[in-house]
Design a protein around this ligand. Sequence first.
Ligand SMILES: *Cc1c(COP(=O)(O)O)cnc(C)c1O
Length: 472
Amino acid sequence: MLNNEEFRAYAHEMVDWIADYLAQVEKFPVKSKVAPGDIYEKIPYSPPHESEDMDDIMRDFEKVVLPGITHWQSPRFFAYFPANSSYPSILAEMLTAAIGAQCMVWETSPAAAELEEKMMEWLKELMALPKHFHGVIQDTASTASLVAILTAREKATGHQINEKGFSNQVFRVYCSAETHSSIEKAVKIAGFGSENLVKVKTNKLLQMEVDALRDAIGKDIKDKKIPLCVVGTLGTTGTVAIDPLQEIAGVCQEKNLWFHVDGAYAGPVLALPETREMAKGLELADSFVFNPHKWLFTNFDCSAYFVKDKEALIRTFEIHPEYLKTKSDKKVNNYRDWGIQLGRRFRALKLWFVLRNFGVDGIQATLRRHIELAAIIEKKIQEHPKFEMVVPRSLNLLAFKYVPELNMDGEELNSLNEKILHQVNKTGRLYLTHTKVFGTYALRFVIAQTYVQAKHVDEAWEEIVEVAQSLD
Ligand SMILES: *Cc1c(COP(=O)(O)O)cnc(C)c1O
């Protein structure tokens, strides 16, 4: 087993491996090519009885594990939304692993609690978020949205459901048809039943239609159901559509409903003053989540959750067994009471490293570069006689299709574009995913990887054109 001296030697080697990997990551096939079971078959039935040498373990990491990795840090990764890292973030993660602190309460590492408090303030300033928000780091946006819905439930019932359980109430939660699936999961876990999630229809730009929201709420009140919460999205997963937050906030105020805003992916764009118009109404939200682990260059996991009524949040989650009581409880933030987990990683450290090493200027320049690169490809799509945008570009997401002949029917076009997607991904030179917009299959191109440059995007576009032309 490794001793400290050997650890030092291997750690030095490992850092070289990491730097080499990141220098060359763009040369790997972006999407892993293994078939189901390939990796599993290569791993022995039983753990070894005797200590194995680090050289052997590392050799198998390269031989067995690496081929089964999809390279999320490749600047040729344009699929889903990114799970970005960055050099300063990786360095902080190394320290976090070394310290290995469990940050459940202030006393178990005061620096973790206080750095977290300050980083949430820094994010508020960076993104001009409402001053009255209180922030806490959650593991994922899924968890943060569940926390929001549970807090809404408890606040609306005077914390009765936590104590006594349900008594026949039918709570209703509203979102758009484009809302992320994590909201449906949260509604299920909160005990409302997924049929009580009302998916309000959207307009042509895939934004929630507020008149339809109003109608749905009115009908539920007539039927003696209890409207509880509306979820608006700042940047939907399919196409980065921005719901009309201000109008939704108006409805929520009028009906006294909790307003949660899911900005998991696009939230960080509010670091750019020129985009802040789209977040008008956010100051009226009860809660807001976005993921620094998507578009703010911070390793997974790190989700920033903001809430207006901190007391309601804490009352929903706090628990006071004897062994967790400490002398400082009244003076500090014990973040175990701000969410679901008891045990917590020290996640604020990587955020601190990223915000300091990028600086506000570096963050703004990177976000702007991503949006500009997307605008360049948008222009190429529009100018190409056989490609079309399926919806207008939103920030740095492009949803488009190949249309070789004008009179092709919808199904034929969908299957051709699906074929293009699979063929493009098979080349290994880039990775795209797809979405459907009112039944139309769209290639989905997200330009948001931390270190992506013009050449990666240009080469990706050329590859797409070539594959499409070879298939029509
Ligand atoms: C990615 C995403 C989520 C889920 O994020 P996790 O942190 O993986 O839970 C939720 N909402 C939107 C809009 C997303 O894009």
